[in-house]
Ligand binder design. Structure first.
Ligand code: ZN
Ligand code: ZN
Length: 586
């Protein structure tokens, strides 16, 4: 529904239990680790109290009745929380902590500093009106499968009573917003309104309350709906016309904020500029390789046509031709299931990483209650749902018209579908998740580093191809196209927010240099107007893991063992790669 700030990686949550402590530490260090474990528990409890909507989202239900009012007092409370805990963290010396706690401590520090940065410097609470939307806070309670409808609606009723104050504070916060976020806020809050007046009212009607209770809950829905409506009107009639006269804040956040946001969000060992420069270089390498493969494949696919002079045109034509090799629309799910087995066999045969056979991945048709977008995704149990299964959701193409299905199948053709399965499942996200569960940490399951999680999946793609998985020039060409997307996401994000790239230049980059269709490129432009830094996480994580591997390979020489590297790397859980690097190089 709304693009959550703690987006993609919330999906990859881990099972909680007591912390590991390694064997060769002194008694006082042991005490320190125990103290730190206890401290983490109280930290998390306070965290959920301060962020009750986020708590509902991860399945921690204790504060389901609370909605925070985003006013001055609330910001002061967050700052106080951050400063208090930064102080408390100082009292634990890093040297005395075991590896799991060392990385947890670094992640907590970063998280707290990020709160301060966001309130005092980034200030998106002023310029991003789409920060304000109550739909998810209601939906997360209503979608809970463990409680009955009446119980949930009584909690929602309490949350709804705060909605008018919530939007009043929101209106007061808005100062010099961007046009893009204002339009998004209007659109998304209209969605929230429809949700309240649709699904929520329906649930109330079906819940068989006594008349008086039904009346008071319905009245709270009406008041909340009015508040949302007021907010939409405020944005549509007061704010937007003013912005359209040229008074809007630029959505580009600029170099200073960008560099800081990059450090807090990605927690990289590289600066944003270094990653941007690495991406530029990688793009040129990929183009050279693709041109070479295109020359090699041209006679096989295009024997009767003269190749165009323009190298990129030549590559584009070949990609289009090879994309026609895809599964039939009715066998999409079967094809994915078969490929998962092939991937497991390959990883085992090549000894790339140990895959625990007692934790098989369950491939299933995407359930109805999830978004109906075609494709594949991993859904794993949240930190408070220990017994949940991990699923690989695959959406069949049954709802598609023939032309749509054809276009989708060309995009996820024979080659790309395999790369997608590597990324999402084996040995990508799913495998990483199984390892992360062996280094259980509530901190990492809540604050898990997105660049590490995505970087691993992107790294897995290249590693599998390097090891010879379905080795063919076609596979490499398609992989390079897929990889170019990640590379150009980084170039685009940095160029737009820091170097002032405009829409026409962005379209040129995405369509001519990354071989994207116009629709995809336009969607990407829209995304870069609404987010900053997030588009860099994939390439940054990939680069850091790849560089770390090459470093260690150089140092260990003949003793280097790929399987060992992978297992060690993943054993630290979803920590920032720069922290894992410190521990691995020790
Ligand atoms: Zn076709
Ligand atoms: Zn991913």
């Amino acid at each position: 529904m709304k693009a959550s700030f703690f987006n993609h990686f919330i999906l990859f949550a881990f099972i909680v239990s007591a912390c590991n402590s390694s064997s060769n530490i002194s008694e006082s260090d042991m005490n320190n680790n125990e103290k730190f474990n206890a401290y983490k528990e109280s930290f998390v409890e306070e965290l959920w109290q301060l962020y009750p909507e986020w708590a509902s989202g991860v399945g921690y239900t204790k504060y389901d009745s609370v909605l925070q009012i985003p006013d001055e007092n609330y910001r002061a409370a967050q700052l106080q929380f951050a400063n208090t805990h930064l102080e408390k963290l100082k009292s634990f010396s890093t040297e005395s902590l075991d590896n799991a706690n060392k990385t947890d401590k670094a992640m907590m520090q970063n998280f707290l500093q990020r709160i301060i940065f966001e309130i005092n410097e980034l200030k998106s609470y002023q310029w991003n009106p789409s920060n304000y939307n109550v739909a998810e806070a209601i939906a997360d309670v209503l979608n809970d499968k463990k409680r009955d409808a009446q119980q949930k609606l009584r909690l929602i009723y309490l949350r709804l009573k705060s909605v008018p104050d919530y939007y009043a504070a929101a209106q007061k916060n808005i100062k010099n917003p961007t046009l893009e976020h204002t339009e998004l806020a209007i659109q998304q809050n209209k969605g929230a309104l429809a949700y309240l007046q649709g699904s929520v009212l329906d649930s109330i009607n079906k819940a068989q309350f006594k008349a008086h209770e039904e009346q008071s809950i319905t009245a709270a829905v009406d008041l909340a709906a009015n508040a949302i409506n007021d907010y939409i009107n405020f944005l549509e009639k007061n704010i937007k016309p003013m912005l359209q006269q040229g008074n809007a804040r630029d959505f580009k956040i600029g170099e200073d904020l960008y560099n800081k946001k990059f450090q807090y969000d990605i927690e990289s060992g590289y600066s944003a500029k270094e990653i941007y420069e690495k991406a530029l270089k990688r793009k040129e390498e990929l183009h050279l390789e693709m041109a070479r493969i295109a020359d090699e494949l041209w006679p096989k696919y295009m024997a009767n046509t003269r190749p165009p002079r323009d190298e990129k045109q030549k590559i584009k034509l070949l990609i289009e031709r090879i994309s026609t090799h895809h599964v039939h629309r009715d066998s999409f799910l079967i094809a994915v299931e078969t490929q998962i087995k092939e991937l497991i066999d390959f990883v085992n045969k090549k000894q790339l990483i140990y895959l625990d056979p007692s934790k098989p991945l369950i491939v299933r048709k995407t359930p109805e209650y999830m978004d109906g977008v075609a494709g594949a995704s991993i859904s794993s149990p949240g930190p408070y749902d220990k017994d949940g299964n991990t699923y690989y959701n695959v959406t069949p193409l049954t709802a598609y018209m023939d032309a749509e299905a054809e276009s989708y199948l060309r995009e996820y053709n024979h080659y790309i579908l395999q790369i997608l399965n590597i990324h999402e499942a084996i040995p990508g996200h799913y495998t990483q998740l199984v390892y992360a569960n062996q280094s259980p940490s509530i901190i990492k399951s809540i604050l898990g580093n997105g660049a590490m999680i995505e970087g691993w999946a992107v790294y897995a793609e290249r590693m599998m191809l390097e090891e010879g998985y379905n080795n063919s020039p076609e596979m490499w060409l398609m992989y390079y196209k897929w990889h170019l997307r990640v590379v150009c996401n980084t170039i685009l994000d940095y160029s737009v927010h820091v170097l002032n790239m405009d829409e026409a230049e962005a379209m040129e980059l995405l369509m001519n240099e990354a071989f994207q269709e116009e629709a995809e490129a336009k969607g990407k432009w829209k995304r870069v107007t609404l987010t900053a830094v997030q588009l860099c996480s994939y390439f940054t994580g990939f680069t850091e893991i790849y560089d770390l591997r090459e470093d260690i390979k150089k140092k260990q020489g003949e003793n280097f063992n790929l399987k060992n590297f992978h297992e060690t790397f993943l054993s630290f859980g979803s920590a920032p790669i720069r922290e894992i690097k410190k521990l691995m190089e020790d």
